[in-house]
Ligand binder design. Sequence first.
Ligand SMILES: Cc1cc2nc3c(=O)[nH]c(=O)nc-3n(C[C@H](O)[C@H](O)[C@H](O)COP(=O)(O)OP(=O)(O)OC[C@H]3O[C@@H](n4cnc5c(N)ncnc54)[C@H](O)[C@@H]3O)c2cc1C
Ligand SMILES: Cc1cc2nc3c(=O)[nH]c(=O)nc-3n(C[C@H](O)[C@H](O)[C@H](O)COP(=O)(O)O)c2cc1C
Ligand code: SF4
Length: 652
Amino acid sequence: MNPYYPKLFEPFTIKRTTFKNRIFSVPNMMSHMDYKGRPDDSMIAYFGEKARGGAAVVTLGDTPVDREHAASNPRSFAVTPENQPMLAEIASAIHEGGALASHELNHAGNVAVKEANYGGDDWMPWGPVDAVRWDGVKIHGMTKEEMELVAGHFADAAEILKTAGYDMCLIHGGHGWLLDQFISPLYNTRTDEFGGSVANRAKFPLMVVDAIRERCGENFLIEYRMSGAEEIEGGTTAEQGIEFAKLLDDKVDIIHVSAGLDIEEAQAVHTHPTMFLPHGVNVHYAEGIKKAGVKSPVLTLGGINTPELAEKVLEEGKADIVGFARALIADPYFPEKARHGHPEDIIPCLRCLDCLTGLHEGNNLKCAVNPMTAREERYRNLLQPAKRQRNVLVVGGGPGGMQAAITAAKRGHIVTLAEKEGHLGGLLKFTDYDSLKVDLMRLKNYLIAQVEKNEIDVKLNTEVTPEFIKAGAYDAVILAVGSTPSRPPIPGLDDPSVQHATTVYTNLEGFGRKVAILGGGLVGCETGLYLAENGHDVTIIEMQDEIAPEANWMHKEGMMQAFAKAPITCRTGLKVSKVVPHKGVYAVDKEGKEVFIEAEGICYAMGQRPRTDVVDKLKDVVIDTEVIGDCYKPRKARQAMEMGFWAAVRLA
Ligand SMILES: Cc1cc2nc3c(=O)[nH]c(=O)nc-3n(C[C@H](O)[C@H](O)[C@H](O)COP(=O)(O)OP(=O)(O)OC[C@H]3O[C@@H](n4cnc5c(N)ncnc54)[C@H](O)[C@@H]3O)c2cc1C
Ligand SMILES: Cc1cc2nc3c(=O)[nH]c(=O)nc-3n(C[C@H](O)[C@H](O)[C@H](O)COP(=O)(O)O)c2cc1C
Ligand code: SF4
């Protein structure tokens, strides 16, 4: 029995397959394809690394079962005979890493796009019913023969996986793709034997399960991913989800209970929960299914990113298995670190969704907190001990400086980290107070723990000067001195009562009930949410037409949904002209009309300025000096850490 997380590491057996623990690496969309749309070596290494990290099962992302009804990714890789050798390579890499291999099979149904497919001029997406899609494309309602054909394609694909060495396959029956379209009353309005009751709507999905079972036999495990509820008006409800799970119970080996719809923006942020939702927000769907007496092992997932929460969910009997996507993208070694009782070494996922939205934009998978993700093979050599040990000074103990110091120390350099304040963390100090930023706080604490664990000479309360650098005889200096808030010359803004947004966290009472926030970037918006959650009425005043344009679309969608439930008003297209402390703010709209917005408390978040003055003083003392993070360009912790990582890798 594992002494740290006994439930999480409790093995279990289904039929002839034993699972070493209850951690499943759930599907990640395929990335890193060559020009023919085939996975390249980086992807093989990526899945191998996940397996080495200790998950019981590593699952490849959803892959079409044919080349005529693929999802929107034009590089989609189908499970077809010509791709079997490549699929076998990935399965081998997973097995060599010590995990079982699974692969998700999908059919996009009525959201397939022509460009991704090999269909001819008369190509149409298939769905439960004839319809016209939002983009004017006609959808063909499937006949029974076509359902049998598609079920056969699923079986063909599963057989290919079985032959390629996979231990199991995962049927994608959730998130709004074809099989879910049949389950969903929103998309399935058929009046024949495949429409109406849940039992009727389930006939085609169950036909697919049966076809795979018949072809691959009893011992090739079948997992089924469903949406516990679609979280959309008119869509599948939790009760219907339970009814469907009961129908699956005798037929599949594991039921994955996800939620929402991938194909609708508002619901996609429940499928991939943003930081604005509670951790484990979808667990109750799995719990409901278990409580209803379903006997198959039930997997839960969605925003679970600590071993503590996963253990609790299992301990409380809400699920039998916990699935992790992003937590294992951020740190594939999460399971091994947890198993050894070192949760402080786990690189925490921020639930920022930069990874997924990056894929949506057509890029390869990248993680905001782990530069190694999906680049394991390519970068591994870079992290070898440096040929020449150098005496390195890192100035500034924010995320950029800490990441630089950790990477340099790991590469065998002698590292000093000097920080002006009495603590590490830099700007991220505020996360100690912001309940919304608990993931970012964990990231800060993770970095601090790694600084402490590596051989780094930390000098707190040390403001670095040119003399300090000269006295240390350093070979190389990394400047990570950060930024300061911009404070434009607006009348009244310099009043002591008008403070930067970060002061809100330590002085809530000082702001009164009605608060105006000047600046509607992410910092202003997220501070606004914090204030609103703490009982304030908030008005965000933004000069541009849009708030938080720098946010990725999923983060923004999640934030706007949170705004809709909070006492927050956004006033865009307004340029602040004057601040009247404790009274309000004058602003001018695009037509030049002046408006007055009443507020007892006023704070500003109008961007950050790099500490150029400090950089200018320090940058020429040692030839090998690099400037990184916010003092190079104020952005986010992600960029600061990436720059810190690379500056330390370049030290040779
Ligand atoms: C309110 C707010 C919310 C934010 N929210 C997010 C978020 O949700 N996600 C995200 O990714 N990013 C967020 N950011 C941005 C993020 O905090 C910064 O991008 C990041 O902290 C930059 O890291 P850094 O290491 O470059 O600089 P900093 O974190 O600013 O650290 C610089 C350090 O250098 C020290 N220093 C300065 N001069 C000297 C000197 N001469 N000698 C020694 N030490 C010195 C400073 O004391 C400081 O500790 C937020 C920023 C703010 C203001
Ligand atoms: C980068 C990325 C790619 C994903 N690709 C798939 C996929 O191919 N198929 C699928 O069913 N879900 C996919 N998901 C959803 C995850 O499997 C998971 O259901 C969701 O992210 C919630 O779990 P998490 O909070 O642990 O990340 C993906 C998620 C991410 C972040
Ligand atoms: S990019 Fe963000 S959400 Fe995705 S795995 Fe990394 S930290 Fe988590």
